[in-house]
Write a protein that binds this ligand. Structure first.
Ligand code: HEM
Ligand SMILES: [Cu+2]
Length: 613
């Protein structure tokens, strides 16, 4: 049976009408392209570039924590020649602010939504492109004003230095501290631009998924990847405007004399009291109303992709498809009512803290359902020992650690102690670096053949995984201990406090691990660029996967499919008897009758998928 030809469906292949003509010249084809695949690749290279910037900033932070006030390699002698390469405390503040900003707004969110959202949505639902190709192009190009604004903010004294959370008063009043000046205004404008970029993307993704699914692609036949991206798009559309509006209010506070975020009579640096009437705490509510859902924006797409990759790599149907969809939706909806867990120590009413605590702990339930289901998918499967699987397991194990520390901090009395310590830093690096980035590494390796028509190298991939996994745990695990010892985050020199002096050697160990981890990324870059040109050619379906993108040529031409796909099944029909295959593509109608012993089992999955449609 050929997977290239949908004739086993028994239906006539329908020649696909071209929605828009293939673009002509170099500029419209590769630069201002409206083709979702080209835009996805533009996002990929931009975010990889930003990953280098964000990584360098992180290493600089780690350098200061391990070797405080020693000459900073490379930038020190250049920027701080007069001080013998020694950085300033303001510069340290700028370093961690910009590290988080770059990683969150310019790497993780755009690589998930921009790269994989763009590439996979039309291909996996059987559409020829996005609903609004021009909006899609604009969404990419709005990243550049954001990058420019963030870049400009480096150029002003002190850089932006209020942390990625941009809390007033520090962030709101230019005279509040070094680093609250013009740089902060540029930072806020950068966030506004990136907000527009994401907004255009999410409108497009929702519309495309709702309106452009191939015949037979019911909601409950959509691959988990699409569910992840769909729910993320909804989250983004409802949460992001709050941040964008809040950010804009900070800009008007700074430039137009409004006073949304600072109270009357505030005295800063012995200057005259400010006029005011606003509330600093208001910002924290607005910020976390977006930024808590944002942590799921940075996770749900990966959860979806890992579900599909694990099922394929273990040659088993995903354990509990519908519970997976439901728990994803539960995580997303609960995600809207837990933002206060970032604010337990802000002086808000303890009764409200209790409500937020209960809601937050409830998120652990759907998260546990998902973790259980992934483990059960691996259990008893024919696990393929390759880079994709390794990175998926990396995702799973790191997510478990990060999820567990989340439950600790969700408890008000525990968090009063842990808040703003390295324990928090450990938590979010386990979920963001550990879970999300390992998922992204898996996804790059898995969909690379579809993007570029060539396979990535397995040896390089495995070495990259092992070094990154060791480096990441060496860097982030000790952070739990630092936090328990009370080491605060965001201090340029924690060792000024006697009770933290003994933590220096542990910090040095972490910095060395971070350097190993950073160096390991060179392998990823080599692998990507080498394989793009010299990797072995991939056929249409190198992983023997079932979803629609694998019926298209690798890489797919403009317009994606040579015939309009028609969908007959759910997305994870593995471990079936289909001639000499153990899988059934979504476009294949029938499979060989199963052997009697397994008939029941297969019927169960079939019924499940049918009922759901
Ligand atoms: C079981 C699920 C989770 C629970 C119960 C949880 C709980 C928490 C709590 C209570 C805090 C605030 C701690 C404090 O500021 O004192 C926090 C911080 C944070 N969490 Fe989670 N979390 C969970 C999953 C995640 C996931 C999946 C991500 C991202 C993918 C994430 C990213 C973050 C980030 C970035 C912060 C710190 C923000 C900052 O202060 O800069 N969390 N988490
Ligand atoms: Cu949160």
């Amino acid at each position: 049976m050929s997977v290239l030809n949908p004739s086993p469906t028994g239906l006539q292949p329908i020649l696909k009408p071209q929605a828009h003509h293939a673009p002509g010249n170099f500029i419209t084809k590769y630069i201002f392209s409206t083709d979702h695949k080209v835009i996805a690749i533009q996002f990929l290279f931009t975010t990889l570039l930003m990953m280098i910037v964000g990584g360098a900033l992180a290493l600089a932070v780690r350098w200061q924590l391990a070797f405080p006030w020693e000459s900073m390699p490379i930038v020190g002698p250049w920027l701080f020649a007069a001080e013998g390469g020694q950085i300033s405390p303001e510069f340290y503040t700028m370093l961690f602010t910009m590290h988080a900003t770059v990683m969150i707004f310019l790497v993780i969110i755009p690589i998930l939504a921009g790269t994989f959202g763009n590439f996979l949505i039309p291909l996996m639902i059987g559409a020829d492109d996005m609903a609004f190709p021009k909006l899609n192009m604009l969404s990419y190009w709005f990243m550049w004003p954001a990058i420019a604004c963030f870049g400009m903010s480096f150029a002003y004294a002190g850089g932006p230095a209020a942390g990625w959370t941009s809390y007033p008063i520090l962030a709101d009043l230019p005279q509040a501290a070094p680093g609250s000046g013009t740089a902060q205004t540029y930072w806020l404008l950068g966030v506004t631009f990136i907000g527009f970029s994401s907004m255009m993307g999410s409108i497009n993704y929702m519309t495309t998924i709702i309106n452009m699914r191939a015949p037979g692609m019911t909601f409950f036949r959509m691959p988990m990847t699409i569910w992840g991206l769909f729910i993320t798009a909804i989250l983004q559309a409802f949460a992001l405007p709050v941040l964008t509006a809040g950010g804009f209010m900070q800009v008007t506070d700074r430039l137009l004399g409004t006073c949304f975020f600072y109270p009357s009579g505030l005295v800063i640096n012995n200057a005259a009291p400010t006029v005011g009437g606003g509330q600093a705490l208001l910002w924290q509510h607005l910020f976390w109303f977006y930024s808590h859902p944002a942590v799921y924006i940075m996770l749900l797409p990966v959860m979806g992709m890992v579900s599909d990759m694990l099922s394929c790599m273990c040659r088993k149907p995903l354990f509990g498809y519908k519970p997976m969809v439901i728990s994803m939706s539960a995580i997303a909806s609960l995600g809207f009512i837990v933002w206060g867990h970032h604010m337990y120590t802000s002086g808000m009413n303890p009764a409200v803290g209790m409500a937020f605590m209960v809601a937050t702990m409830m998120i652990a339930l759907p998260s546990a359902v998902k973790t259980f289901n992934w483990t059960a998918t691996i259990w008893g499967g024919k696990v393929q020992f390759n880079t994709v699987t390794l990175n998926c397991i990396g995702f799973l194990s790191m997510f478990i650690v990060g999820g567990l520390s989340g439950i600790f901090m969700a408890a008000v009395p525990v968090d009063v102690y842990f808040h703003d310590t390295y324990f928090i830093v450990a938590h979010f690096h386990y979920v963001l670096f550990g879970a999300t980035l390992f998922g992204v590494f898996a996804a790059i390796q898995f969909w690379f053949p579809k993007m570029f028509g060539r396979m990535m190298n397995e040896k390089l991939g495995k070495t990259h995984f092992v070094l990154t996994f060791i480096g990441a745990n060496g860097t982030f695990f000790p952070m739990h201990f630092l936090g328990m010892q009370g080491m605060p985050r965001r201090y340029a020199d924690p060792y000024l406090h006697g009770y933290l002096e003994h933590l220096l050697p542990m910090n040095q160990f972490m910095t060395i691990s971070a350097i190993v981890m950073g160096a390991a990324q060179i392998l990823l870059f080599i692998n990507i660029f080498y394989s793009m040109f010299w990797g072995p050619k991939a056929g249409r379906n190198p992983w023997h996967a079932t979803t629609l993108e694998w019926t298209a040529p690798s890489p797919p031409p403009h317009g994606n499919f040579d015939v309009l796909p028609i969908v007959f099944h759910g997305p994870n029909e593995y471990a079936v008897h289909n001639g000499d295959h153990d899988f059934l593509m979504q476009t294949e109608k029938e499979c060989q009758p199963p052997k009697p012993a397994e008939a029941d089992e297969n019927n169960d999955t079939d019924n499940d998928q049918e009922q759901s449609s």
